[in-house]
Ligand binder design. Structure first.
Ligand code: F6P
Length: 319
């Protein structure tokens, strides 16, 4: 293996640049060429490639986003698109691929495997933390810290006005950001897709709510009720309450990566490079119990479950 293609795909996540830097730095010390593939799978379909040098990345390690850009590529979902991508990879003499992204990214690599024999390794990059085979995904810690800062600010104004605030955080199918940011801000309620008890507990608490106090309720984007419907439910219980909704949205995806995410990116980047050089394929590098592990894509893309202990904490603190 002499030339490795790297790309970022799906939602960007803080820590992706640190991981790219580590891969490129470690590869240059082994005289391996790193070809950057622009804008995820779209760049593969369009043969949009660039040579990457550690000097290109070092000034971006502290930045969120991804310097080689990303996409959710509808063209790569078609067989025609994948055939074109495979031909472009061969033409560019790319011997192996390292992809940083979420489960959609790894499903893409599994589909590519059907028509292309290039070895592939994944690095988990998504703020949602909703992947098997790793305790943490790149960007999760940074997104949680961003959400915490925002909720702390909301707390100040909520307290001053005695208002109820529903703060919606990201997490398409997962309550991890809601759980961590909600627990760390002493939220009065945390609504997540993984629990059915959480809403019952909250509505029960609201029966005893006095209008001279404030409440912070953190709602995961993927929760079945959602912040807007929940606000209506609260108003139906108590017409006098002053309710506000704040949707944090893409604010959570940007910003400087925390030390944890930078280090995670660096550790997984170097490990992924070493593993792909051994010829290993179709696995994701992850961190389980603080040890680097490699899990087959088939297992990684399975439905991720929130730890029971965390779910119990949510229910305990929602009382
Ligand atoms: O990357 C994960 C995520 O941030 C989810 O939490 C969210 O639902 C989704 O991406 C938003 O995607 P997009 O930026 O494509 O709207």
């Amino acid at each position: 293996i002499k030339n490795i293609g790297v790309f970022t795909s799906g939602g960007d996540a803080p820590g992706m640049n640190a991981s790219l830097y580590a891969i490129i730095k470690a590869a240059s010390l082994k005289n391996i060429t790193i070809t950057g593939i622009w804008q995820g799978y779209d760049g593969m379909v369009d043969a949009s490639f660039t040579h990457l040098h550690p000097k290109n990345l070092a000034p971006h390690v502290h930045q969120g986003g991804t310097i080689i850009k990303t996409s959710r590529s509808p063209r790569f979902l078609t067989l025609k698109g994948r055939i074109k991508a495979a031909k472009n990879l061969k033409k560019a003499k790319i011997d192996a691929l390292i992809a940083i992204g979420g489960d959609g990214t790894f499903r893409g690599l599994m589909a590519l495997k059907e028509i292309c024999d290039i070895p592939t390794i994944g690095i988990p990059g998504t703020i949602d933390n909703d992947m098997m085979g790793t305790d943490y995904t790149l960007g999760f810690d940074s997104a949680v810290n961003t959400a915490i800062n925002a909720i702390d600010n909301i707390r100040d104004t909520a307290e001053s006005h005695n208002r109820i605030f529903l703060v919606e955080v990201m997490g398409r199918d997962s309550g991890y950001i809601a759980i961590n940011s909600g627990l760390c801000t002493a939220a009065d309620g945390i609504l997540i897709p993984e629990s059915k008890k959480d809403q019952v507990l909250l509505l029960n608490k609201l029966q005893h709510f006095k209008n001279r106090e404030s409440l912070i309720i953190v709602v995961a984007e993927g929760d079945e009720t959602g912040a807007i419907v929940m606000a209506e439910k609260i108003k139906a219980i108590n017409k006098k309450v002053d309710v506000r909704i704040t949707i944090l949205g893409h604010i959570q995806r940007g910003g400087n990566p925390t030390a944890f995410d930078r280090l995670l990116g660096i550790r997984l980047g170097v490990a992924a490079l070493d593993e792909v050089l051994k010829g290993t394929t179709n696995v994701m590098a992850g961190l389980l119990n603080n040890k680097i592990t490699f899990t087959p894509f088939e297992k990684v893309v399975k439905q991720h479950k929130v730890q029971t202990e965390l779910k119990e904490l949510v229910e305990l603190f929602s009382r």
